[in-house]
Write a protein that binds this ligand. Structure first.
Ligand code: KIV
Length: 281
């Protein structure tokens, strides 16, 4: 756990801090978050960056994929996160089809995210020419952008599933080129998802901006995990890259079962939980 409640820089970080952390070889810690209570915990623990990811769709809203997530849903949850972690640098995912139709629509939607949530940055997936042009335009308008390469979940159907990307030499070369193009377009960081460790290390070495890995090995400049997965709230999800840092599913199940048992047996509420006719509230 970081000693500082505001990440390793000791105040709310900004895009320049992440660059400097990379320069100093300090790992950047990122976790996803979707609500106020966990946001408070992330801020108290001193995580460097919060990502309100569109994984929201699967882990908080019960959708099959991230594709149905709307911009309004992202904004609704990002506002809650911001209320819980007002001093932590926060990135919000632009959901599927809110930035691909046109650069101007992307700008309007990214602008809405910053204006309505108070977050500092947005993230978008992909590294093709349209994505590069979009990042350039957003950055030119003062909107920090985090790029996302490798497994891009919004393209799950085109990719044929949630699988490791960049395994063949042509795909690896393309990913390196896309990462450089994103840096040149002005992205302040790049998420690398499900990328072979040596390739992620190579990309990290070739970029000045930090890489944030998920399933991409220790060679990245930082790591991100989906919070419910990292805390063991999602026991059926067992990808190789995941380490569970808690067993919240087990803890919560024990608590709920104890409540059910004690209410049924008349052991809760006890006299200490019950108000007298007179006296303090
Ligand atoms: O939506 C999300 O949570 C993400 C992370 C997996 C990086 O994009």
């Amino acid at each position: 756990m970081s000693a500082s409640p505001e990440g390793s820089v000791g105040r709310r970080a900004n895009v320049h801090d992440f660059l400097a952390m990379k320069g100093r070889g300090e790992k950047i810690t990122v976790l996803t978050c979707y609500d106020v209570l966990f946001a408070r915990i992330l801020e108290e623990a001193g995580v460097d960056m919060i990502l309100v990811g569109d994984s929201l769709g699967q882990v908080a809203l019960g959708y099959e994929s991230t594709l149905p997530v709307t911009l309004d849903e992202m904004i609704h949850h990002a506002r809650a996160v911001r209320r819980g972690a007002p001093r932590t640098f926060t990135v919000v995912d632009l959901p599927f089809l809110t930035y691909q139709v046109s650069v101007e629509e992307a700008l309007r939607n990214a602008g809405r995210v910053l204006k309505e949530t108070g977050a500092e940055a947005v993230k978008l997936e992909g590294g093709d020419a349209v994505a590069v042009a979009t990042v350039k335009r957003l950055v030119a308008c003062g909107i920090p952008v985090m790029a996302h390469l490798g497994l891009t979940p919004q393209s799950v159907h085109a990719l044929g599933g949630y699988r490791v990307q960049g395994r063949d030499p042509a795909a690896a070369t393309r990913m390196r080129e896309e990462a450089l193009a994103m840096e040149e377009a002005g992205a302040f960081a790049v998420v690398l998802e499900l990328v072979p460790g040596p390739l992620a290390r190579q990309v990290s070495g070739e970029l000045s901006i930090p890489t944030i890995g998920i399933g991409a090995g220790v060679g990245c400049d930082g790591q991100v995990l989906v919070l419910p997965d990292a805390l063991g709230l999602n026991p059926g999800f067992t990808p190789r890259f995941l380490r569970r840092f808690s067993d919240l599913h087990g803890e919560a199940l024990r608590g709920v079962s104890a409540f059910v048992e004690e209410v049924r047996e008349g052991r809760y509420p006890g006299p200490e939980h019950t108000f007298d006719p007179e006296g303090p509230a």
